[in-house]
Design a protein around this ligand. Structure first.
Ligand SMILES: Cc1cc2nc3c(=O)[nH]c(=O)nc-3n(C[C@H](O)[C@H](O)[C@H](O)COP(=O)(O)OP(=O)(O)OC[C@H]3O[C@@H](n4cnc5c(N)ncnc54)[C@H](O)[C@@H]3O)c2cc1C
Ligand code: SF4
Length: 338
């Protein structure tokens, strides 16, 4: 039994004050990840600061033609929000590909960004894990690593980031708004999550005394030619082996603009701007898509049980871009989006 205190934050300033005062405290939003980690003895916060009632639950239009999504908007509400469904259907698809309806009802936008890896060893406190206990070693390197990363790995950690929503946010070039003792700041989505390098215990560049307040989407939504393709062991309630968020803007059959981000392959949502550059100006066909896949996967490295992911990712990229170009998004859940 972990002995911890529970308090509620009154507003964002109070939340920041409380987290700054106690380095072993944690925010709790939907609790769908944190409570599991506490039950497994992976997280042992001395105090839970409940932020679930803060007024950060709105989706609002920005003066630049984009949307600002409060950090406490539940994943379900976001996926089914009229403006998201109309203008950012790739994001709706990605959210609906994750978890289950019940979990999405509880899970918050901010919590989704900060959910932790699903590496089995991270959850098993009887095994060494550099992310859980820095310096103890990485059990996955020589162990079961079927679900692990093939891009951006280090000798310290080969875990993947598990979120679906974040892959679409990376492709859409979102911005993360945060608040801390020094005030508010904005972090480009590409800089929010980190690669493991030699500090795998740090998943993101959020400071321990900062709170995520909102996600901002720019005006460009790739609402016509997009796909979120998730390849997994079961059709629902399973994390991605590989996922692809693809968005295209076409002029006739020529690619004017392209976005490509992958999930399930790295410690962070993996967006590769050189693969996008390889698509720009090309005819939207299989050979251009295969070339972009080769660029994106040029430095991919497999381990004993996960080398299959490299070929799987190559095929998934070609399939996702083909679907995006044809305007036929893959997710069946799209039909339910109002
Ligand atoms: C069985 C199962 C299957 C799942 N399948 C998928 C899947 O397929 N795809 C997928 O993407 N996800 C999946 N998930 C994960 C789920 O999406 C996340 O657990 C959820 O998004 C976390 O949100 P939360 O609000 O519950 O976070 P919490 O559990 O409340 O918090 C998670 C972490 O974020 C921190 N935090 C929360 N909000 C803030 C904030 N505003 N500012 C700073 N820190 C904050 C907390 O301190 C904590 O460390 C699954 C989860 C489960 C249990
Ligand atoms: S891959 Fe990362 S999370 Fe998994 S055991 Fe190794 S250090 Fe821990």
């Amino acid at each position: 039994m972990i002995d911890f205190q529970y308090v509620r934050a009154n507003d964002v300033a109070d939340a920041v004050r409380q987290i700054s005062a106690n380095p072993t405290a944690k925010f709790i939003a939907g609790g769908t990840n944190l409570i599991d980690l506490m039950k497994e003895d992976v997280e042992r916060p001395s105090r839970l600061i409940d932020i679930s009632r803060l007024p950060l639950n709105k989706v609002e239009e920005t003066p630049h033609g984009g949307l600002r999504i409060g950090a406490l908007v539940p994943n379900s509400d976001l996926a089914y929000h009229r403006l998201i469904a109309q203008r950012y259907p790739m994001l709706a698809s990605a959210i609906l590909a994750g978890a289950s309806a019940q979990l999405r009802n509880m899970a918050s936008t901010g919590g989704n960004l900060l959910q932790r890896t699903r590496c089995y060893y991270f959850y098993d406190i009887a095994t060494p894990c550099n992310k859980r206990e820095p310096g103890s070693g990485c059990s996955a390197l020589g162990g079961l690593n079927r679900m692990h990363a093939v891009l951006g790995t280090s000798e310290a950690c080969i875990a993947t980031h598990p979120s679906d929503m974040c892959v679409a946010l990376a492709a859409l070039e979102a911005t993360v708004h945060v608040a801390g003792p020094a005030g508010a700041r904005a972090i480009a989505f590409a800089d929010f999550h980190r690669l493991p390098e030699n500090t795998p215990q740090r998943d993101t560049n959020l400071e321990p005394d900062e709170i995520v307040t909102a996600i901002e989407l720019p005006a460009r939504g790739f609402a016509v030619n997009y796909t979120y393709l998730k390849i997994r062991d079961r059709l629902s309630y399973a994390f991605a082996l590989v996922s692809v968020a693809a968005g295209l803007e076409l002029e006739g059959d020529t690619i004017k603009e392209a976005r490509l981000a992958l999930g399930g392959v790295a410690h962070k949502p993996w967006r590769d701007t050189s693969a996008e550059a390889a698509l720009r100006g090309q005819k939207a066909d299989r050979s251009a898509f295969a070339c972009a896949a080769d660029v994106l996967l040029r430095d991919a490295r497999g381990f004993e049980h996960n080398a299959f992911k490299i070929d799987l990712a190559r095929r998934a990229i070609v399939r996702a871009l083909t679907q995006a170009a044809a305007g036929t998004p893959q997710s069946q859940s799209d039909k339910k989006v109002r």
